[in-house]
Write a protein that binds this ligand. Sequence first.
Ligand SMILES: [Zn+2]
Length: 422
Amino acid sequence: MHFGAELMRQADVLASFTEDPPRITRRYLSPQHRQAGNYLIALMREAGMSAGFDALGNVVGRYASDGSQGPVVMTGSHQDSVRNAGKYDGVFGILTAVACVRDLHQRGKRLPYALEIVAFGDEEGVRFGATMTGSRAMAGTFDAACLDLADDDGVTMREALRTFGGDPDGWRDLDRRGGNVVAYVESHIEQGPVLLNENLPVGVVTGIAGTTRLRVAVHGQAGHAGTVPMGSRRDALAAACEMVLAVEHHCGTRPDLVGTVGRMSVLPGAINVIPQDAEFTVDLRSTTDTARRAAAQALVARFADIAKRRGVSVAATEFFAANAARCDPALKEALAASVAEQGIPLRELPSGAGHDAMVFPPVCPTAMLFVRCGNSGISHHPDETMTAADAEVATSVLLHFLEHYAPPRPDAREARELDGLA
Ligand SMILES: [Zn+2]
Protein backbone atom coordinates (compact mmCIF):
# COMPACT_ATOMS: atom_id res chain seq x y z
CA MET A 1 0.00 0.00 0.00
CA HIS A 2 1.50 3.35 -0.89
CA PHE A 3 -1.37 5.74 -1.76
CA GLY A 4 -3.61 5.18 1.25
CA ALA A 5 -1.32 5.88 4.20
CA GLU A 6 0.21 8.94 2.54
CA LEU A 7 -3.22 10.31 1.70
CA MET A 8 -4.39 9.95 5.29
CA ARG A 9 -1.29 11.80 6.46
CA GLN A 10 -1.93 14.64 3.99
CA ALA A 11 -5.56 14.88 5.13
CA ASP A 12 -4.24 15.26 8.71
CA VAL A 13 -2.00 18.13 7.60
CA LEU A 14 -4.90 19.88 5.86
CA ALA A 15 -7.02 19.42 9.01
CA SER A 16 -4.44 21.52 10.88
CA PHE A 17 -5.34 24.55 8.75
CA THR A 18 -8.40 25.45 10.79
CA GLU A 19 -9.99 28.59 12.20
CA ASP A 20 -10.99 26.98 15.50
CA PRO A 21 -8.68 24.17 16.61
CA PRO A 22 -9.07 21.43 17.64
CA ARG A 23 -12.20 21.52 15.49
CA ILE A 24 -11.92 21.77 11.69
CA THR A 25 -13.44 24.89 10.15
CA ARG A 26 -11.97 26.31 6.96
CA ARG A 27 -14.10 28.93 5.29
CA TYR A 28 -13.69 30.51 1.88
CA LEU A 29 -10.96 33.20 1.69
CA SER A 30 -9.86 32.74 5.29
CA PRO A 31 -6.13 32.73 6.17
CA GLN A 32 -6.53 28.96 6.60
CA HIS A 33 -7.87 28.70 3.04
CA ARG A 34 -4.62 30.32 1.91
CA GLN A 35 -2.52 27.94 4.03
CA ALA A 36 -4.38 24.90 2.69
CA GLY A 37 -4.04 26.25 -0.85
CA ASN A 38 -0.31 26.79 -0.46
CA TYR A 39 0.07 23.27 0.87
CA LEU A 40 -1.87 21.83 -2.07
CA ILE A 41 0.11 23.91 -4.57
CA ALA A 42 3.34 22.52 -3.09
CA LEU A 43 1.98 18.95 -3.30
CA MET A 44 0.94 19.48 -6.90
CA ARG A 45 4.31 20.90 -7.90
CA GLU A 46 6.11 18.02 -6.21
CA ALA A 47 3.89 15.70 -8.22
CA GLY A 48 5.06 17.23 -11.49
CA MET A 49 2.29 19.76 -12.08
CA SER A 50 2.20 23.51 -12.55
CA ALA A 51 -0.16 25.01 -9.96
CA GLY A 52 -1.45 28.27 -8.50
CA PHE A 53 -4.48 30.20 -7.25
CA ASP A 54 -6.95 31.59 -9.76
CA ALA A 55 -8.90 34.87 -9.48
CA LEU A 56 -11.51 33.39 -7.10
CA GLY A 57 -9.07 31.54 -4.87
CA ASN A 58 -9.47 28.12 -6.46
CA VAL A 59 -6.21 26.19 -6.68
CA VAL A 60 -5.69 24.83 -10.17
CA GLY A 61 -2.95 22.32 -10.96
CA ARG A 62 -2.11 21.12 -14.44
CA TYR A 63 -0.29 18.01 -15.61
CA ALA A 64 0.65 18.61 -19.23
CA SER A 65 -0.44 16.14 -21.91
CA ASP A 66 1.82 14.07 -24.13
CA GLY A 67 1.28 16.58 -26.92
CA SER A 68 1.65 20.33 -26.95
CA GLN A 69 -2.08 20.94 -27.06
CA GLY A 70 -5.11 18.76 -26.84
CA PRO A 71 -8.13 18.21 -24.64
CA VAL A 72 -8.35 18.73 -20.89
CA VAL A 73 -9.80 16.40 -18.29
CA MET A 74 -10.69 18.00 -14.98
CA THR A 75 -10.91 16.44 -11.55
CA GLY A 76 -10.70 17.59 -7.94
CA SER A 77 -13.10 18.73 -5.24
CA HIS A 78 -13.42 21.48 -2.63
CA GLN A 79 -10.89 22.59 -0.01
CA ASP A 80 -13.35 24.53 2.18
CA SER A 81 -15.31 22.94 5.00
CA VAL A 82 -18.43 23.31 7.08
CA ARG A 83 -18.07 24.39 10.71
CA ASN A 84 -16.72 21.60 12.89
CA ALA A 85 -16.13 19.42 9.84
CA GLY A 86 -14.63 16.01 9.17
CA LYS A 87 -11.23 15.52 7.57
CA TYR A 88 -12.14 14.02 4.22
CA ASP A 89 -15.15 15.83 2.76
CA GLY A 90 -13.83 17.55 -0.37
CA VAL A 91 -10.19 17.17 0.58
CA PHE A 92 -10.17 13.49 -0.41
CA GLY A 93 -11.09 14.24 -4.03
CA ILE A 94 -8.15 16.62 -4.36
CA LEU A 95 -5.54 14.45 -2.64
CA THR A 96 -6.48 11.24 -4.47
CA ALA A 97 -6.06 13.01 -7.82
CA VAL A 98 -2.68 14.46 -6.84
CA ALA A 99 -1.59 10.96 -5.79
CA CYS A 100 -2.50 9.67 -9.26
CA VAL A 101 -0.44 12.37 -10.96
CA ARG A 102 2.53 11.76 -8.68
CA ASP A 103 2.42 8.11 -9.67
CA LEU A 104 2.19 8.93 -13.38
CA HIS A 105 5.01 11.45 -13.06
CA GLN A 106 7.27 9.00 -11.24
CA ARG A 107 6.75 6.51 -14.07
CA GLY A 108 7.41 9.25 -16.62
CA LYS A 109 3.96 8.69 -18.09
CA ARG A 110 2.00 11.40 -19.85
CA LEU A 111 -1.66 11.11 -20.88
CA PRO A 112 -3.27 11.97 -24.22
CA TYR A 113 -4.89 14.94 -22.48
CA ALA A 114 -3.88 17.58 -19.96
CA LEU A 115 -5.16 16.74 -16.49
CA GLU A 116 -6.28 19.64 -14.32
CA ILE A 117 -6.89 19.19 -10.62
CA VAL A 118 -9.00 21.89 -8.98
CA ALA A 119 -9.26 22.54 -5.26
CA PHE A 120 -12.40 24.65 -5.30
CA GLY A 121 -12.27 27.51 -2.81
CA ASP A 122 -15.95 27.69 -1.98
CA GLU A 123 -18.28 24.72 -2.21
CA GLU A 124 -20.00 24.67 1.17
CA GLY A 125 -20.92 28.36 1.16
CA VAL A 126 -20.51 28.67 4.94
CA ARG A 127 -19.05 32.17 4.90
CA PHE A 128 -21.20 34.05 2.38
CA GLY A 129 -24.19 31.75 1.91
CA ALA A 130 -23.61 31.23 -1.83
CA THR A 131 -22.46 27.70 -2.57
CA MET A 132 -20.19 26.33 -5.30
CA THR A 133 -19.08 29.74 -6.46
CA GLY A 134 -15.74 28.46 -7.78
CA SER A 135 -17.21 25.71 -9.92
CA ARG A 136 -20.06 27.96 -11.02
CA ALA A 137 -17.56 30.46 -12.39
CA MET A 138 -15.99 27.65 -14.44
CA ALA A 139 -19.42 26.50 -15.65
CA GLY A 140 -20.50 30.02 -16.64
CA THR A 141 -23.24 30.18 -14.00
CA PHE A 142 -21.53 32.44 -11.47
CA ASP A 143 -23.93 35.05 -10.11
CA ALA A 144 -22.00 38.32 -9.76
CA ALA A 145 -24.54 39.47 -7.14
CA CYS A 146 -22.93 37.10 -4.65
CA LEU A 147 -19.82 39.32 -4.63
CA ASP A 148 -21.87 41.73 -2.51
CA LEU A 149 -22.91 39.11 0.05
CA ALA A 150 -21.39 39.78 3.45
CA ASP A 151 -20.13 37.38 6.10
CA ASP A 152 -21.06 37.58 9.81
CA ASP A 153 -18.56 40.41 10.28
CA GLY A 154 -20.00 42.48 7.43
CA VAL A 155 -17.09 41.74 5.07
CA THR A 156 -18.29 41.26 1.50
CA MET A 157 -17.00 38.53 -0.78
CA ARG A 158 -15.59 41.26 -3.01
CA GLU A 159 -13.55 42.74 -0.13
CA ALA A 160 -12.48 39.31 1.09
CA LEU A 161 -11.28 38.40 -2.41
CA ARG A 162 -9.14 41.53 -2.57
CA THR A 163 -7.64 40.84 0.86
CA PHE A 164 -6.95 37.26 -0.23
CA GLY A 165 -5.08 38.53 -3.28
CA GLY A 166 -7.75 37.43 -5.74
CA ASP A 167 -9.61 39.46 -8.35
CA PRO A 168 -13.35 40.00 -7.77
CA ASP A 169 -13.87 40.78 -11.45
CA GLY A 170 -11.77 37.88 -12.66
CA TRP A 171 -14.63 35.36 -12.58
CA ARG A 172 -15.50 36.05 -16.22
CA ASP A 173 -12.17 34.64 -17.35
CA LEU A 174 -12.70 31.36 -15.50
CA ASP A 175 -15.58 30.22 -17.73
CA ARG A 176 -14.56 26.90 -19.32
CA ARG A 177 -17.59 26.40 -21.54
CA GLY A 178 -17.02 25.89 -25.22
CA GLY A 179 -13.34 25.18 -24.62
CA ASN A 180 -11.44 21.93 -24.77
CA VAL A 181 -12.56 20.37 -21.47
CA VAL A 182 -13.87 16.89 -22.30
CA ALA A 183 -14.66 15.42 -18.87
CA TYR A 184 -14.98 16.25 -15.18
CA VAL A 185 -14.62 13.34 -12.76
CA GLU A 186 -14.81 13.93 -9.00
CA SER A 187 -13.99 11.50 -6.20
CA HIS A 188 -15.71 12.15 -2.88
CA ILE A 189 -16.44 10.48 0.44
CA GLU A 190 -20.00 9.12 0.28
CA GLN A 191 -21.28 11.03 3.35
CA GLY A 192 -23.87 8.33 3.89
CA PRO A 193 -24.05 4.67 4.95
CA VAL A 194 -24.92 2.84 1.70
CA LEU A 195 -21.44 1.52 0.81
CA LEU A 196 -20.67 0.83 4.47
CA ASN A 197 -23.83 -1.24 4.86
CA GLU A 198 -23.03 -3.21 1.71
CA ASN A 199 -19.39 -3.70 2.66
CA LEU A 200 -18.03 -2.04 -0.48
CA PRO A 201 -15.07 0.37 -0.61
CA VAL A 202 -16.27 2.39 -3.63
CA GLY A 203 -19.36 3.05 -5.74
CA VAL A 204 -20.22 4.89 -8.95
CA VAL A 205 -22.63 7.82 -8.72
CA THR A 206 -25.69 7.83 -10.97
CA GLY A 207 -26.73 11.43 -10.39
CA ILE A 208 -26.78 14.23 -7.86
CA ALA A 209 -29.92 15.44 -6.12
CA GLY A 210 -31.12 18.94 -6.87
CA THR A 211 -31.53 21.47 -4.06
CA THR A 212 -33.91 24.30 -3.22
CA ARG A 213 -33.17 26.60 -0.29
CA LEU A 214 -35.72 28.93 1.26
CA ARG A 215 -35.32 31.69 3.78
CA VAL A 216 -38.50 32.06 5.84
CA ALA A 217 -39.20 35.14 7.99
CA VAL A 218 -42.05 34.99 10.50
CA HIS A 219 -43.19 38.21 12.10
CA GLY A 220 -45.41 38.31 15.18
CA GLN A 221 -45.85 40.54 18.18
CA ALA A 222 -43.43 40.91 21.09
CA GLY A 223 -44.91 41.12 24.58
CA HIS A 224 -44.27 40.52 28.25
CA ALA A 225 -43.82 36.82 29.03
CA GLY A 226 -45.74 37.23 32.26
CA THR A 227 -48.67 39.44 31.37
CA VAL A 228 -49.94 38.50 27.89
CA PRO A 229 -52.49 35.64 28.16
CA MET A 230 -51.73 32.55 26.09
CA GLY A 231 -54.79 33.06 23.90
CA SER A 232 -53.80 36.60 22.96
CA ARG A 233 -50.29 35.90 21.72
CA ARG A 234 -48.85 36.17 18.24
CA ASP A 235 -45.69 34.23 18.96
CA ALA A 236 -43.38 34.18 15.91
CA LEU A 237 -41.25 31.33 17.26
CA ALA A 238 -44.16 29.04 18.10
CA ALA A 239 -45.47 29.59 14.56
CA ALA A 240 -42.02 28.92 13.09
CA CYS A 241 -41.79 25.69 15.08
CA GLU A 242 -45.08 24.48 13.61
CA MET A 243 -43.68 25.28 10.16
CA VAL A 244 -40.52 23.28 10.90
CA LEU A 245 -42.64 20.27 11.84
CA ALA A 246 -44.62 20.77 8.61
CA VAL A 247 -41.34 20.48 6.65
CA GLU A 248 -40.49 17.28 8.48
CA HIS A 249 -43.93 15.79 7.93
CA HIS A 250 -44.17 16.76 4.25
CA CYS A 251 -40.75 15.37 3.36
CA GLY A 252 -41.17 12.32 5.57
CA THR A 253 -44.26 11.17 3.74
CA ARG A 254 -42.92 11.35 0.18
CA PRO A 255 -40.31 9.21 -1.59
CA ASP A 256 -37.11 10.73 -2.98
CA LEU A 257 -37.46 13.91 -0.96
CA VAL A 258 -35.61 15.15 2.11
CA GLY A 259 -36.03 18.46 3.91
CA THR A 260 -34.02 20.09 6.67
CA VAL A 261 -34.31 23.21 8.79
CA GLY A 262 -30.74 23.77 9.91
CA ARG A 263 -30.73 27.34 11.03
CA MET A 264 -33.07 29.55 13.03
CA SER A 265 -32.74 32.89 14.72
CA VAL A 266 -35.13 34.53 17.14
CA LEU A 267 -35.65 38.18 18.05
CA PRO A 268 -35.51 39.77 20.51
CA GLY A 269 -34.21 36.52 21.98
CA ALA A 270 -34.86 37.29 25.63
CA ILE A 271 -36.06 34.78 28.20
CA ASN A 272 -38.97 36.96 29.32
CA VAL A 273 -40.17 38.36 25.98
CA ILE A 274 -42.58 36.71 23.54
CA PRO A 275 -40.63 36.25 20.26
CA GLN A 276 -41.47 38.90 17.70
CA ASP A 277 -39.42 37.54 14.79
CA ALA A 278 -38.22 34.11 13.84
CA GLU A 279 -36.22 33.44 10.71
CA PHE A 280 -35.23 30.00 9.48
CA THR A 281 -33.88 28.22 6.41
CA VAL A 282 -35.29 25.20 4.56
CA ASP A 283 -33.11 22.89 2.48
CA LEU A 284 -35.03 20.57 0.12
CA ARG A 285 -33.40 17.85 -1.98
CA SER A 286 -34.54 15.33 -4.53
CA THR A 287 -33.09 13.62 -7.58
CA THR A 288 -36.38 14.57 -9.30
CA ASP A 289 -36.62 18.28 -10.04
CA THR A 290 -40.42 18.29 -10.35
CA ALA A 291 -40.83 16.65 -6.92
CA ARG A 292 -38.50 19.20 -5.35
CA ARG A 293 -40.24 22.21 -6.91
CA ALA A 294 -43.67 20.87 -5.96
CA ALA A 295 -42.52 20.42 -2.37
CA ALA A 296 -41.22 23.99 -2.16
CA GLN A 297 -44.52 25.29 -3.47
CA ALA A 298 -46.62 23.15 -1.14
CA LEU A 299 -44.56 24.16 1.88
CA VAL A 300 -44.80 27.87 1.15
CA ALA A 301 -48.60 27.48 0.97
CA ARG A 302 -48.58 25.50 4.21
CA PHE A 303 -46.52 28.20 5.95
CA ALA A 304 -49.09 30.80 4.88
CA ASP A 305 -51.92 28.69 6.38
CA ILE A 306 -50.08 28.31 9.68
CA ALA A 307 -49.27 32.03 9.79
CA LYS A 308 -52.86 32.99 9.11
CA ARG A 309 -54.25 30.75 11.84
CA ARG A 310 -51.73 32.13 14.34
CA GLY A 311 -52.11 35.79 13.43
CA VAL A 312 -48.52 36.25 12.31
CA SER A 313 -47.12 37.15 8.89
CA VAL A 314 -44.69 35.04 6.89
CA ALA A 315 -42.45 35.70 3.89
CA ALA A 316 -40.61 32.84 2.19
CA THR A 317 -37.94 33.53 -0.43
CA GLU A 318 -35.98 31.05 -2.46
CA PHE A 319 -32.32 32.05 -2.31
CA PHE A 320 -30.69 29.03 -3.94
CA ALA A 321 -31.75 26.39 -6.43
CA ALA A 322 -29.74 23.81 -8.31
CA ASN A 323 -31.22 21.21 -10.60
CA ALA A 324 -30.46 17.53 -10.21
CA ALA A 325 -27.59 16.42 -12.42
CA ARG A 326 -27.31 13.06 -14.14
CA CYS A 327 -23.87 11.55 -14.51
CA ASP A 328 -22.68 10.86 -18.05
CA PRO A 329 -23.39 7.24 -19.09
CA ALA A 330 -20.11 6.75 -20.96
CA LEU A 331 -17.95 8.18 -18.16
CA LYS A 332 -19.94 6.16 -15.64
CA GLU A 333 -19.25 3.01 -17.64
CA ALA A 334 -15.55 3.82 -17.80
CA LEU A 335 -15.44 4.33 -14.03
CA ALA A 336 -17.38 1.09 -13.55
CA ALA A 337 -14.77 -0.74 -15.66
CA SER A 338 -12.02 0.66 -13.43
CA VAL A 339 -13.92 -0.51 -10.33
CA ALA A 340 -14.28 -3.98 -11.87
CA GLU A 341 -10.54 -3.98 -12.59
CA GLN A 342 -9.95 -3.84 -8.82
CA GLY A 343 -12.15 -6.92 -8.40
CA ILE A 344 -14.89 -4.96 -6.64
CA PRO A 345 -18.60 -5.57 -7.34
CA LEU A 346 -20.22 -2.56 -8.99
CA ARG A 347 -22.60 -0.53 -6.87
CA GLU A 348 -24.31 2.46 -8.46
CA LEU A 349 -25.90 4.99 -6.13
CA PRO A 350 -27.35 8.50 -6.25
CA SER A 351 -25.83 11.38 -4.30
CA GLY A 352 -28.09 13.20 -1.86
CA ALA A 353 -25.38 15.75 -1.19
CA GLY A 354 -24.52 18.50 -3.64
CA HIS A 355 -21.08 18.55 -5.22
CA ASP A 356 -19.11 20.75 -7.59
CA ALA A 357 -19.69 18.02 -10.20
CA MET A 358 -23.37 18.95 -10.37
CA VAL A 359 -22.67 22.37 -11.85
CA PHE A 360 -20.24 21.11 -14.51
CA PRO A 361 -22.65 19.74 -17.16
CA PRO A 362 -22.63 23.06 -19.11
CA VAL A 363 -18.87 22.51 -19.55
CA CYS A 364 -18.55 18.78 -20.19
CA PRO A 365 -19.82 15.29 -19.29
CA THR A 366 -19.36 14.58 -15.57
CA ALA A 367 -19.06 11.54 -13.33
CA MET A 368 -18.33 10.79 -9.68
CA LEU A 369 -16.74 8.05 -7.64
CA PHE A 370 -17.84 7.58 -4.03
CA VAL A 371 -15.66 6.14 -1.29
CA ARG A 372 -17.00 4.39 1.78
CA CYS A 373 -17.63 6.59 4.81
CA GLY A 374 -17.10 4.90 8.21
CA ASN A 375 -18.94 5.50 11.48
CA SER A 376 -22.49 4.83 10.19
CA GLY A 377 -21.80 7.18 7.26
CA ILE A 378 -21.64 10.34 9.35
CA SER A 379 -20.21 13.42 7.59
CA HIS A 380 -20.10 17.21 8.05
CA HIS A 381 -18.99 16.21 11.55
CA PRO A 382 -15.65 15.46 13.27
CA ASP A 383 -16.61 11.77 13.50
CA GLU A 384 -16.41 11.44 9.69
CA THR A 385 -13.92 8.67 8.93
CA MET A 386 -12.50 6.66 6.08
CA THR A 387 -9.76 4.05 6.01
CA ALA A 388 -6.35 4.12 4.36
CA ALA A 389 -7.28 0.84 2.66
CA ASP A 390 -10.34 2.43 1.04
CA ALA A 391 -8.32 5.49 0.04
CA GLU A 392 -5.87 3.09 -1.60
CA VAL A 393 -8.62 1.30 -3.56
CA ALA A 394 -10.28 4.55 -4.66
CA THR A 395 -6.98 6.03 -5.82
CA SER A 396 -6.21 2.86 -7.78
CA VAL A 397 -9.65 3.09 -9.43
CA LEU A 398 -9.14 6.73 -10.39
CA LEU A 399 -5.62 6.05 -11.67
CA HIS A 400 -6.88 3.17 -13.81
CA PHE A 401 -9.65 5.37 -15.15
CA LEU A 402 -7.25 8.23 -15.99
CA GLU A 403 -4.80 5.91 -17.73
CA HIS A 404 -7.48 4.26 -19.84
CA TYR A 405 -9.68 7.23 -20.64
CA ALA A 406 -9.59 8.09 -24.32
CA PRO A 407 -10.79 11.64 -25.02
CA PRO A 408 -13.36 11.92 -27.80
CA ARG A 409 -11.86 13.01 -31.13
CA PRO A 410 -12.33 16.72 -31.84
CA ASP A 411 -14.90 16.08 -34.61
CA ALA A 412 -17.00 13.95 -32.22
CA ARG A 413 -16.83 16.74 -29.67
CA GLU A 414 -17.98 19.27 -32.19
CA ALA A 415 -20.95 17.05 -33.08
CA ARG A 416 -21.88 16.84 -29.41
CA GLU A 417 -21.70 20.61 -29.02
CA LEU A 418 -23.87 21.09 -32.10
CA ASP A 419 -26.34 18.60 -30.63
CA GLY A 420 -26.43 20.75 -27.54
CA LEU A 421 -27.29 23.79 -29.59
CA ALA A 422 -30.15 22.12 -31.44
ZN1 LIG B 1 -18.04 17.86 -0.13
